[in-house]
Design a protein around this ligand. Structure first.
Ligand code: AKG
Length: 263
């Protein structure tokens, strides 16, 4: 059930560089199956017989570290069902106003409980990691981040810095940086712009959508259970690839990189 008006979400996305849908967009049964799919992938079990792409975290790695697995939707039917869910397609179509929207990459993100900084995600903008694969100046690239657990203030929610999608911060920021305050001090804010953080608190099935230029990061999960999510990276019809790259290698494969919305 979406209790945020699409018009206000669309204008917040344009003004702030992100928008939030805290209530479930994806039905509970789809989320529950995707949680089971996530656990299976963490055990190394792939019901499609296709493994995920080479990942930073592999089955058997430190359970207290951030678990980030690339393209889990290739390895799990339930995760593909979530990624292709029509409610998600309708939502991103409405927020972006695009003719069509394609999913080109997905990341599984499992943040275990931790009192220290083992599983923080440092301030960064996605653009800085995508500019080899994509012609950034001619591309509408964004991420729909789906919560699979109750993402509260205590569980290390994503934090967005509003308005930063309008600024070119170059390569400032680091996804793997663990000291968020120290990292923040290295990011030069332009005159007249102040640093403000907005937490993306979401119920299971809730969604945030952020532009590739918006600065974001997240701190420790101080709850007793894991923070579970998928970051679904998408593009609209207004996008151009730069050159062949690992990130865009599935762009012509509508099974692995599904178009989830058409006007
Ligand atoms: O999950 C997080 O805290 C950050 C995820 C992220 O960097 C992204 O979705 O672009």
């Amino acid at each position: 059930m979406i209790n945020v008006s699409i018009d206000s979400a669309r204008s917040l996305y344009e003004v702030d560089g992100f928008c939030l849908f805290p209530e479930p967009v994806i039905p509970a049964d789809v989320v529950e199956r995707a949680v089971d799919g996530m656990d299976a992938i963490r055990r190394g079990e792939y019901d499609t017989d296709t493994p995920p792409q080479g990942s930073h975290w592999k089955p058997g790695d430190d359970p207290d570290a951030l678990c980030k697995i690339e393209c889990p939707h290739h390895a799990s039917r339930a995760i593909m069902d979530l990624v292709r869910h029509p409610a998600l397609g309708d939502l991103v179509g409405a927020v972006t106003g695009a003719d069509w929207v394609q999913v080109w990459w997905v990341q599984l993100l499992y943040k275990p409980p931790s009192d220290d900084n083992l599983a923080n995600i440092g301030w960064h903008a996605d653009r800085q990691y995508w500019n080899v694969a994509w012609d950034i100046s001619r591309s509408d690239l964004f991420t729909a981040w789906i919560a699979l657990s109750d993402v509260t203030s205590d569980s290390g929610p994503m934090r967005f810095v509003p308005g930063t999608h309008k600024v070119d911060f170059g390569d400032a920021g680091d996804f793997w940086g663990q000291d968020l305050d120290a990292l923040r001090d290295t990011i030069p804010m332009p005159d007249g712009m102040s640093w403000r953080e907005v937490e993306a608190v979401l119920r299971p099935g809730g969604v945030s959508i952020h532009d590739m230029r918006t600065l974001h990061g997240s701190g420790p999960n101080r709850t007793s259970g894991p923070r579970r999510s998928f970051a679904i990276h998408m593009r609209t019809n207004r996008s151009e690839t730069n050159e062949e790259s690992n990130l865009t290698r599935f762009i012509d494969d509508e099974v692995k990189a599904p178009i989830i919305y058409r006007k």
